[in-house]
Design a protein around this ligand. Structure first.
Ligand SMILES: Cc1cc2nc3c(=O)[nH]c(=O)nc-3n(C[C@H](O)[C@H](O)[C@H](O)COP(=O)(O)O)c2cc1C
Length: 378
């Protein structure tokens, strides 16, 4: 059997990922009132059949106000559990560990869908109205954005409770992993970043104060989330080159998250200023891998690399060289849901067909034989 680190299994708490390849959370903007519909089932089923080690469903709002926009999935009501459980079930059926990202968009909520401009909803059409956003301080993202309401201590308690209830419902729906969204300028990141947090109370100022809210949310989640199920935390490894929270600050954050009981750090970047997702760093393949490598090594915690991971060799090198424990992929998997099978074939794995559903692999085995015969001279 060929030894390919990308295809080695990864054990975390009671979960075993059959390989190191993970679907990164990706908003679909197709939900109504936060509810999963036919689109989500079909979309996520494609990934359930994809041979992935694990898959995360998109940023799912712990409250209506915590959604990025009207199309986001939600987990603030028991009515959401049934739809979500259908997705968790299809992942389980095809041996893909199931994850859900719990999110509150904070001052970056009330946004238009990307194809409508990915900017704050300003023009209230009465059908998809804007809503009052919240944040650590009354500081807008930029001069064109609405000013968020500075959260009171009561608001903080309310949001803590929303995350806790969200975690309870995620468990009830059957998910194996929760990922807390602490990146991209959304609520938890906005408490951590000195750019957006100018509070004078116990939630602002010092490093310890700026991570307090996140640590409280983790403790709340852990009080209801089974001990044998992992919790991931997505952070923005740097705010932007030369601005805000640095990589060293995030190593310190990762150490605190590890102590709080986080199992894996998902290393993204940016979002406090500028683009909703990306840093102002130059984008090259694997541009965020130096972050997962540093956080893994210095904070001594498992890490997941993400961002422009494209080829099988690139992904395998990241794992083989200990630069991350897992690779998360977004757009490349959207473009090619059979990426895992093709990568297994690329590495000549004898069990490559195990990464396909039976109905596909049966016919593909026969196809190989057929192509062999066809290649022989008559
Ligand atoms: C359509 C789309 C939706 C996304 N939605 C989310 C999301 O819900 N939560 C999140 O943390 N990141 C989100 N992202 C960022 C991705 O998870 C990923 O970090 C980013 O696309 C970089 O990986 P890639 O180069 O493999 O696509 C989204 C990206 C895309 C393209």
């Amino acid at each position: 059997m060929v030894n390919v680190p990308l295809f080695s299994s990864f054990n975390i708490k009671s979960k075993i990922l059959r390989n190191r390849i993970v679907l990164s959370p990706m908003c679909q903007y197709k939900a109504k009132d936060g509810k999963i519909d036919e689109w989500h089932l079909q979309h996520y089923s494609r990934f359930a059949f994809s041979g992935l080690g694990a898959a995360f469903i998109e940023a799912t709002g712990v409250s209506p106000e915590g959604r990025i926009g009207h199309g986001c999935t939600g987990i603030w009501s028991d009515d959401h559990v049934d739809g979500l459980s259908k997705i968790a079930k299809v992942f389980k059926e095809y041996n893909c560990v199931s994850g859900i990202q719990l999110a509150h968009a904070g001052r970056k909520a009330s946004f238009l869908r990307p194809w409508d401009g990915a900017s704050p909803i300003i023009k209230d059409d009465g059908i998809e109205p804007a809503w009052q956003t919240i944040g650590p301080s009354a500081i807008p993202i930029n001069e064109k954005s609405p000013v968020p309401k500075e959260m009171t201590l009561d608001d903080i308690v309310k949001v803590r409770n929303e995350f806790k209830e969200g975690a309870q419902r995620a468990d009830k729906a059957g998910f194996d992993i929760i990922e807390i969204h602490g990146a991209h300028g959304y609520l938890l990141h906005s408490f951590f970043s000195p750019i957006s947090n100018k509070r004078n109370d116990q939630y602002g100022g010092s490093f310890e104060n700026r991570i307090r809210f996140a640590l409280e949310i983790i403790a709340d989640i852990k009080s209801v989330w089974p001990d044998n199920k992992p919790i991931f935390y997505r952070l923005s490894s740097i705010d932007a080159p030369g601005e805000g929270a640095t990589l060293e600050d995030n190593v310190k954050l990762a150490k605190a998250l590890k102590l709080a009981g986080i199992d894996v750090i998902d290393c993204s970047s940016g979002g406090i200023t500028g683009s909703p997702v990306l840093t102002k760093s130059k984008i090259i393949p694997g541009f965020q891998v130096p972050y997962s490598e540093k956080i893994k090594k210095d904070a001594e915690i498992s890490s997941m690399a993400v961002g422009a991971i494209i080829s099988a060799n690139q992904a395998n090198d990241i794992i083989a060289n200990n630069r991350a424990d897992l690779v998360a992929m977004g757009r490349e998997l959207l473009a090619d849901t059979q990426w895992v099978y093709k990568a297994a074939t690329h590495f000549n794995l004898e069990n490559a067909k195990d990464y396909l559903p039976d109905s596909y692999s049966f016919y593909l085995s026969r196809r190989d034989e057929f192509l062999d015969r066809a290649a022989k001279p008559a």
